[in-house]
Design a protein around this ligand. Structure first.
Ligand SMILES: Cc1cc2nc3c(=O)[nH]c(=O)nc-3n(C[C@H](O)[C@H](O)[C@H](O)COP(=O)(O)O)c2cc1C
Length: 341
């Protein structure tokens, strides 16, 4: 057996992942109840990837307020009643040896739910989108509290890790970018001011959550005048100071942009943030081959590998990866016979 980093454990705070493969958060738009509750589908979907030996399963963007959903079919964590089913799912995923995470989210101006939508400034995503209302300072405070309540509920449900969604043009990302944040108060203007909302979210979450805390960022807006990777190196330094354990490095989604997408296209952002901000990172984006994942880890370009669409195509991708890398992988006892001739 070779020394394969992809299949080496990873400890963050008091949580140890059995390998470096993370199921990247993916909205399934399948809460048919339209009230944010898990359906049977979600159990099958997430537990399949746990049986498939993914090390960490991060649940899709889960809204901290009803108006913070992307669609009416999103999962939610805005009321205590959501906890029971989430706790059941967490317990079942864990029974297969995977750790559990949840992505706490607010869609901001990218919400498609009927009624008012909110953003740092009253600027629509594009000409076909609704115009959001500018959040008042009181509403900002309330939204920060909603993230805190979401984190408290995630803790009560038994999740191992919380990830804050600050990427892809949703509410927190809208505060961070100068293209969507034109506020004149302490939440707009300088990078430090644009970071204030996220800082307050982190501080509020940290009051109720001692465990590993991840933040997903969009490390580039890909347009003139937007946020750049250099801004995100600075933001990552602040996030580290404020108690964040790992940055999950994605990109884009704030404004319509032409993005040159190719295997590993976001990895250089992860590498730069990891080296210059000296913080742990996750790499994501068209990482589909086991050797590619191993290269990223071995060359210190990330600590974790987030896999999204490949795990939709193949929930057992970790077995395939172990086979290709000649690494040892456990399977549930019921399935061990499948590995013997
Ligand atoms: C169906 C689908 C839903 C997604 N939903 C989310 C989400 O809820 N939160 C998020 O941060 N990213 C979301 N993403 C982005 C993925 O997590 C990932 O960053 C992206 O697909 C690139 O990785 P990949 O090339 O491995 O698919 C979604 C992607 C897909 C395909």
């Amino acid at each position: 057996m070779k020394d394969r980093l992809l299949f080496s454990p990873f400890t963050i705070k008091d949580v140890t992942l059995k390998n470096r493969i993370v199921m990247s958060p993916m909205c399934m738009y399948s809460a048919a109840n339209k009230k944010g509750f898990l359906e049977d589908f979600h159990f099958t979907h997430y537990i399949s990837r746990a049986v498939g030996q993914v090390g960490l399963i991060i649940l899709e963007a889960t809204a901290v307020t009803p108006e913070g959903r992307i669609s009416e079919l999103d999962l939610g964590i805005w009321e205590d009643d959501h906890i029971i089913k989430l706790a059941e799912l967490v317990q079942q995923i864990k029974s297969y040896g995977a750790k559990t995470g949840i992505q706490l989210a607010h869609a901001g101006r990218k919400s498609n739910v009927s009624g008012d939508i909110f953003a740092p400034s009253s600027i629509p995503f594009d000409q076909n989108s609704r115009t959001p209302k500018e959040l008042t300072k009181e509403q900002i405070k309330e939204t920060v509290e909603k993230f805190q309540l979401g984190a408290k509920r995630a803790k009560d449900a038994g999740f191992d890790i919380i990830e804050i969604h600050a990427a892809h043009g949703y509410l927190i990302n809208e505060f961070l970018s100068p293209l969507s944040n034109k506020r004149n108060d302490e939440y707009g203007g300088s990078l430090e001011n644009r970071y204030r909302f996220l800082k307050e979210v982190i501080q509020a979450v940290r009051k109720v959550w001692e465990g590993p805390l991840f933040v997903r960022v969009s490390a580039s807006d890909y347009v003139e005048g937007g946020s750049t990777i250099n801004d995100y190196v600075q933001i990552a330094k602040w996030l580290k100071e404020d108690g964040v354990d790992l940055i999950d490095v994605s990109s884009g989604g704030l404004v319509p942009a032409n993005i040159d997408v190719y295997p590993g296209y976001q990895v250089p952002f992860s590498e730069k943030i990891r080296q210059e901000a000296n913080i742990k990172t996750g790499a994501v984006g068209l990482i589909t081959s086991p050797l590619q994942a191993e290269e990223i880890l071995k060359n210190n370009r990330a600590d974790l590998i987030f896999v999204a669409r490949e795990l939709l195509r193949n929930p057992y991708w970790p077995y395939h990866a172990a086979n290709e890398l000649n690494a040892k992988i456990e399977s549930p006892t019921q399935y061990e016979r499948g590995w013997r001739i």
